[in-house]
Design a protein around this ligand. Structure first.
Ligand code: 5IU
Length: 464
C-alpha cells in the first residue's frame, strides 16, 4: 500500500474523519467533519505527517529560514519539521498580548528572512492568510504554505490571490477515493461529500475587492491608479543604486510611501533572478509597481529579445518599462507582443521629453509622434515620461523626473524643478525622485516628506 493511502487509513482509524451530519461554525450542515486535533495523541502519525511535509519541502525546492506553525494542531507538526531541518520556529499568537511586549509573532528572526507556514487544514485559507499578513508586517517573506489537508473549497485560489503557494499532503478528493477503495465508506457517502464541497466554494469576501483592485491580472493602468489613490502616493522612487540587496532593503522601508519603484537593472553588481523575485515580492506586499527604466531604443526584433531574454529577463518582473519611440512605432508593437507571453499584466511608458539640458527629444514634431504612437497602442502604453502635460486625456499618466526640493541641477546636465512646479506647472501625475531621497541623511523621513508634498499638491490641483 502506498504511503499516502496508509496515512489516510490511519487518520480514519483514529476518527479524524467523521461522516454524518454536522453543524459547522458557520451554521451550515456538513456531511463530513474533520478533526485533526486527535493526531497529537499518536506519535507515529505525527511523525508520518511531518515526513510527508518534509518530502514536499525537498521536492518543491522552497528555501526558508524559519517555519511558522498556525495554532494549535499544526504546532507540534511544525516543531518536528524544525527539529528535522535544524531551523528556528516562529509562532503567531491568536491574540497579541496586552501586557509586556505586545508581540504577535514569537521567536527570533531577521527582516527579509524567508518563512514558510505550516497548517493542518485549509478551507478558505483565511488562517494562513492572517498568519502571513502578520509575518509580512514584520518584514518577513512568506510565499509558501504547507498543509496536511486541503478541503478544496477555494483555499488554494484565495491564497494565490495573496501570492502564497499552497502545498498539500492530501486533498479531500484523494481522501474520499482512498476510503471508498478500501471499503471504509460507500460510494454514496463519497458522492454526497463531493457535492457538498463543490457546492460550498468559499471565496473570501475581502479578497473579492482585491481581485477587482489589486490583482495582477487586472490591467496595469487600473492597478496603478488604484495604488495611487489607496496609498495616497504619487511618488516614484528612482533607486539608481548599484546593489540590489540595498534596493530590497530600502524598498522594505520606503515601499509604503511610494506608488512605483524605478530601477536600472544594468547598473546592479549583484543582479540575480532570485533577488529580483525578492524585490517583486516586496512590491506586491507593499503594493507598488516596478519600473525598469530600460529606455529601449532599437528595432522591434532586438527590443523583444532585450525585453524577454538575456541575464535580466525584464518582462518576467518589471510591471512597466520605459521606451523611446525614436526607431518608430514597431518598437512598441514588439514589446506589446512579447508581453503577451507573460501571464501578468504589463505596460510601458513612452519617453516624450527629457529633463536633461539640450535634450533632442524636446521638439514638437517628435512629441506629436510619441502621442500618436500612444494612441495606437493605448492598451500597452499607460503613460509618458514627460516635462509637460501632453494630452487632456486622463488615460495617460504623466511621469516627471528631474525633481528636487533644494537643488536646481547636477554637473552633468540634469535640471531640477520642485514637486509643485512638476505637478502644477508641468502637469505631472507621478513625480520621479532619485538623489533628493537617496543622498539625504534620513531616506525614510525624506521619502515621507516628498510623498506628502507631492500628493498634497496633486490633490489640490486634480481634486481627487
Ligand atoms: N531620468 C531623468 N530625466 C529624464 C528621463 C529619465 O532624470 O528625462 I527619460 C531618470 C534618470 C534617473 C532619474 O534615473 O530619472 C532621476 O534621478 P535624480 O532625481 O537622482 O536626478
Amino acid at each position: 500500500m502506498g504511503a499516502i493511502d496508509q496515512l489516510i487509513l490511519q487518520l480514519f482509524d483514529i476518527e479524524a474523519f467523521k461522516f454524518g451530519s454536522f453543524k459547522l461554525k458557520s451554521g451550515i450542515q456538513s456531511p463530513i467533519y474533520i478533526d485533526l486535533r486527535v493526531i497529537i495523541s499518536y506519535p507515529d502519525i505525527l511523525r508520518s505527517v511531518a515526513n510527508h511535509m518534509n518530502n514536499i519541502l525537498q521536492n518543491s525546492n522552497v528555501s526558508f529560514n524559519e517555519i511558522c506553525g498556525v495554532p494549535y494542531t499544526a504546532l507540534p507538526i511544525a516543531s518536528i519539521i524544525c527539529v528535522d531541518y535544524k531551523r528556528p520556529m516562529l509562532l503567531r499568537r491568536k491574540e497579541a498580548k496586552n501586557y509586556g511586549t505586545k508581540k504577535i509573532i514569537e521567536g527570533k528572526f531577521r527582516p527579509n528572512d524567508r518563512c514558510i507556514i505550516i497548517e493542518d487544514i485549509v478551507t478558505t485559507g483565511s488562517s494562513v492568510i492572517e498568519t502571513a499578513e502578520s509575518l509580512w508586517a514584520e518584514g518577513l517573506q512568506v510565499t509558501d504554505a504547507i498543509v496536511l489537508i486541503d478541503r478544496e473549497q477555494h483555499g488554494e485560489k484565495n491564497l494565490q490571490e495573496k501570492n502564497i503557494r499552497l502545498h498539500r499532503v492530501l486533498k479531500i478528493s484523494e481522501v474520499l477515493d482512498c476510503l471508498v477503495r478500501h471499503g471504509k465508506i460507500t460510494e454514496e457517502v463519497s458522492k454526497n461529500v463531493s457535492e457538498f464541497i463543490h457546492g460550498n466554494q468559499m471565496q473570501l469576501p475581502t479578497l473579492k475587492i482585491e481581485i477587482e483592485d489589486k490583482n495582477i491580472s487586472i490591467p496595469i493602468r487600473q492597478r496603478f491608479q488604484t495604488i495611487i489613490k489607496e496609498k495616497k502616493s504619487n511618488l516614484c522612487l528612482s533607486a539608481d543604486l548599484t546593489s540590489l540587496d540595498e534596493i530590497i532593503e530600502l524598498s522594505n522601508l520606503i515601499g509604503k510611501n511610494i506608488c512605483m519603484l524605478k530601477i536600472h537593472c544594468d547598473i546592479l553588481t549583484d543582479f540575480s533572478m532570485d533577488k529580483i523575485q525578492e524585490l517583486k515580492d516586496v512590491s506586491r506586499r507593499l503594493n507598488f509597481l516596478l519600473l525598469e527604466d530600460r529606455k529601449f531604443a532599437d528595432i522591434g526584433n532586438t527590443v523583444a529579445l532585450q525585453y524577454t531574454k538575456g541575464l535580466f529577463q525584464i518582462a518576467e518582473w518589471a510591471d512597466l518599462v520605459t521606451v523611446h519611440v525614436l526607431p518608430g512605432e514597431g518598437i512598441v508593437q514588439a514589446l506589446e507582443q512579447a508581453a503577451q507571453t507573460i501571464n501578468e499584466s504589463r505596460g510601458c511608458l513612452l519617453i516624450a521629453q527629457m529633463s536633461s539640458k539640450g535634450a533632442l527629444t524636446n521638439n514638437e514634431d517628435y512629441v506629436n509622434g510619441v502621442i500618436k504612437c500612444a494612441e495606437k497602442y493605448s492598451d500597452f502604453v499607460i503613460g509618458f515620461i514627460s516635462q509637460s502635460r501632453l494630452t487632456t486625456s486622463d488615460k495617460y499618466l504623466h511621469c516627471t523626473p528631474g525633481v528636487h526640493l533644494t537643488n536646481t541641477g547636477d554637473q552633468l546636465g540634469q535640471q531640477y524643478v520642485t514637486p509643485r512646479q512638476a505637478i502644477d506647472g508641468r502637469g505631472a501625475d507621478i513625480v520621479i525622485v532619485g538623489r533628493a531621497i537617496l543622498d539625504s541623511i534620513n531616506r525614510v523621513k525624506t521619502a515621507e516628506a516628498y510623498q506628502q508634498e507631492c500628493y498634497q499638491v496633486y490633490e489640490e490641483l486634480r481634486k481627487i
